[in-house]
Design a protein around this ligand. Structure first.
Ligand code: PGA
Length: 247
């Protein structure tokens, strides 16, 4: 199974989502598509999916959840509330959350526990900064980030180099392969798949999908229109490994 995930971040409006669904027709039995709209659009996405029987296999989830189960936490959203809206996924550890809210391993672990208690599937994100890559610390950073995983199973993992997100900069194929094979070795039997994220676009998706160990994509900017998102997903129709791909 390959995974095509959309991270809509703080983009989209209800009419933008309507527009997306009016054009989105991507559906492949061997590709699971998962949409991550902002919290306020979870219900709207649910209704759109219900209104289109051809989109019945689409899944969706939230971009984060609270460390707390319930209670007096103004402005927070619990995993149980996300599940109550019909969503089945939650993203944990996206670098934009890690940076803005100074998430620690303990915080991430608590979020993951709440998600599991609520019956949500987790997409866990890891990735190094440019300084860390330049200092040759990439694998050490990833290793420390995956300590949160412990014995958990059946989750999706996304490798997203922080310096690649929204910048148009992408690591070379060997660099991506190195991290993915490292993650496969450490967590291959525990994950559902290891995704690459960071400036995945229509013009590089083909080459990225052919990299050894890449089981799918987490797509930001290129997921905001149905046309570019499904064009990115269409590369998963190809047969792997691509024999012409030169590593
Ligand atoms: P990008 O974002 O595709 O716009 O780089 C990816 C992400 O943040 O998940």
């Amino acid at each position: 199974m390959k995974y095509l995930c959309a991270n809509w971040k703080m983009a989209m409006t209800q009419s933008g989502i309507d527009e997306f669904f009016s054009r989105f027709s991507f559906s492949k039995p061997d590709v699971q598509t998962i949409l991550f709209p902002s919290y306020v659009h979870l219900s709207h996405v649910h209704h759109q999916i219900q209104a289109q029987p051809s989109q019945g296999s689409l899944q969706w989830g939230a971009q984060d959840c609270s460390t707390e189960k319930s209670g007096a936490f103004t402005g927070e959203i619990s995993a149980a509330q996300i599940q109550d809206l019909g969503a089945t996924w939650v993203m944990i550890g996206h670098s934009e959350r890690r940076q803005r809210t100074a998430e620690t391993a303990q915080t991430l672990s608590a979020k993951w526990d709440r998600a599991t208690e609520a019956g949500l599937n987790v997409l866990f994100c890891v990735g190094e900064s440019l300084e860390q890559r330049k200092a040759g610390q990439t694998l050490a950073v990833i290793e420390s980030q995956i300590a949160v995983v412990g014995s958990r199973t059946s989750f999706l993992l996304a490798y997203e180099p922080v310096w690649s997100i929204g910048t148009g900069l992408v690591p070379c194929e060997k660099e991506i392969e190195e991290v993915h094979l490292f993650l496969k070795k450490r967590l291959g039997s525990q994950t559902l798949g290891i995704l690459y994220g960071g400036s995945v676009k229509t013009d590089n998706a083909n080459a990225l999908a052919a990299i050894n160990g890449v089981d799918g994509f987490l797509v930001g900017g290129a997921s905001l229109t149905a046309a570019s998102f499904q064009e990115v997903g269409s590369v998963f129709n190809l047969t792997y490994p691509d024999p012409s791909f030169n590593r």
